[in-house]
Design a protein around this ligand. Structure first.
Ligand code: TGC
Ligand code: FAD
Length: 392
């Protein structure tokens, strides 16, 4: 892969709206990605392996629990800083951002929000440093978009719970130390349980042959009569709203993250178009390539404004699930379309690993599917504006 020459676009002077802290946090993440992610990521994506050596760096830039209070090891930052960190990481690779999203919003968030003080103290500081890694099990083989139908269940055995079932498509599962697992009790009510690697009957086979998110480890969670200690139940929220609350936080991060992938594709295409000479002039001087580039920067700018306003609402505790859905859906769609257009600007070179565009494009095929598909987010907006859910 070529040296990382990335220069971030800021067409509407958004930097003027960020605080000094936002800029410091963002620039630290940006430099780290340039130094520690860009030089290695293509190789890891090609060999379909997660680069575990970057876990310490992710922790150092505050990517594990950015908004978790410092007393539990988090970075104690606001939601805009969290978004900016996700943007910068996904500028490097969506798979690396996935690892950070899962650790922060799908593992640390539920333990912090729904857990006991003992659970917070036991797990959060280690998760914040990356000494312990987590994953989140909601999706099942027969229940993706409709997690309420989940079949994973647990039984109260007096001194412990007995867990049975299976989860599929779980980011980080092959190496995670713990899993936050959503399962039904005997009354059919959904609860979260912390399952630890090493518990008898718990296995995490890896999913192979992915064309997308190749630098992220994906796998299953299989529970075959796993004895889970009673103190591992998250007691403070039950029902589908508990996992959906975690998804609000992760989807918000993705709305920012997708901007990073789009910025990288745009920046690469712009630089290439200025340098590539055909018919005696740079292709950037042709109207067709300018149309592509001008539309890209317009869409990136709109997505940045959407994410920034959503960040303000989130900081005020006012962002709704439907507002988050709109931003996740719009920004990922924007990014995947830009990746496809940018790939064409590079001609044949666009399909190689010399440039990041094809990797972003393939990664975004997962991002547009996980954390609620493109269709499901449209239906969430539809339900919100009409008051008539059309899921069934
Ligand atoms: P519905 O009837 O709408 O809601 C059930 C209950 O939940 C409450 N609720 C919420 N509570 C808190 N926060 C939210 N965001 C909430 N949304 C809904 C709701 O009030 C209700 O409460 P109650 O007390 O009345 O029971 O549920 P539904 O079954 O109709 O489903 C709605 C739907 C389709 C929108 C939902 O199921 C959905 O979002 N499906 C998509 C599934 C999904 O996003 N899965 C993601 C899996 S994790 C993942 O992909 C990680 S990838 C990570 C990475 O690598 O980055
Ligand atoms: P389905 O729900 O079967 O949907 C198939 C198609 O039908 C989609 O196009 C969908 O939009 C459409 N559809 C579904 N319902 C409707 C409807 N009512 N109306 C119209 N169209 C509809 N899950 C986790 O729990 N944890 C993870 O860490 C995790 N990581 C993932 C990592 C990767 C790389 C991927 C690809 C997925 C991951 N997932 C994870 C799973 C992800 O959340 C699901 O794939 C997603 O929710 C969609 O479920 P599904 O794939 O079963 O698709």
């Amino acid at each position: 892969m070529r040296p990382d020459l990335f220069e971030a676009p800021d067409y509407y002077n958004l930097d003027d709206l960020f605080s000094e802290e936002h800029l410091l946090v963002r620039d630290a993440a940006r430099q780290w990605v340039k130094r520690d992610v860009s030089p290695i990521i293509e190789e890891y994506a090609q060999k379909a392996e997660f680069p575990k050596q970057i876990l310490g760096g992710l922790a150092e830039i505050g990517a594990f629990g950015p908004y978790i209070p410092e007393e539990y090891g988090g970075a104690g930052l606001d939601q805009i800083s969290y978004g900016l960190i996700m943007q910068e990481i996904e500028r490097g690779d969506s798979g690396v951002r996935s690892t950070a999203s899962v650790q922060s919003s799908l593992v640390m968030y539920p333990i912090y929000t729904y857990g006991t003080e003992e659970q917070r103290k036991k797990y959060l500081p280690k998760l914040a440093t990356g000494e312990m890694m987590g994953c989140f099990g909601l999706t099942e083989p027969s229940h993706g978009s409709n997690p309420s139908g989940m079949e994973t269940k647990y039984k109260d055995m007096g001194d412990h719970y007995l867990l049975n079932g299976a989860k599929l498509w779980i980011s980080n599962s092959p190496f995670a130390d713990i899993a936050v697992v959503w399962a039904k009790n005997e009354e059919g009510r959904i609860h979260g349980l912390i399952v630890e690697r090493g518990m008898e009957g718990f296995t995490t086979p890896e999913t192979h042959n992915k064309w997308s998110l190749r630098a992220s480890a994906t796998g299953e969670l299989i529970f075959d009569n796993v004895k889970v200690p009673k103190e591992n139940l998250l007691p403070n929220k039950t029902g589908l709203g508990a996992p959906l609350g975690c998804l609000d936080s992760a989807r918000y991060g993705i709305a920012w993250g997708a901007i990073g992938a789009a910025m990288d594709c745009y920046d690469t295409a712009l630089r290439y178009a200025k340098e590539r000479i055909q018919f005696g002039k740079p292709i950037a001087a042709t109207q067709l390539q300018q149309k592509k580039l001008a539309e890209m920067i317009t869409e990136i700018t709109k997505a940045q404004l959407l994410a920034f306003r959503l960040g303000q609402l989130k900081n005020q505790g006012k962002a709704t699930t439907a507002q988050i859905s709109m931003a996740k859906r719009n920004n990922v769609d924007m990014a995947i379309k830009i990746a496809r257009e940018a790939r064409q600007v590079l001609g044949a070179m666009g399909i190689t690993g010399e440039y990041s565009i094809m990797r972003h494009m393939m990664n975004l095929e997962s991002v547009i599917t996980y954390e609620g598909t493109h269709d499901i987010h449209l239906l969430i907006t539809g339900a919100d504006i009409t008051g008539m859910p059309a899921f069934q």
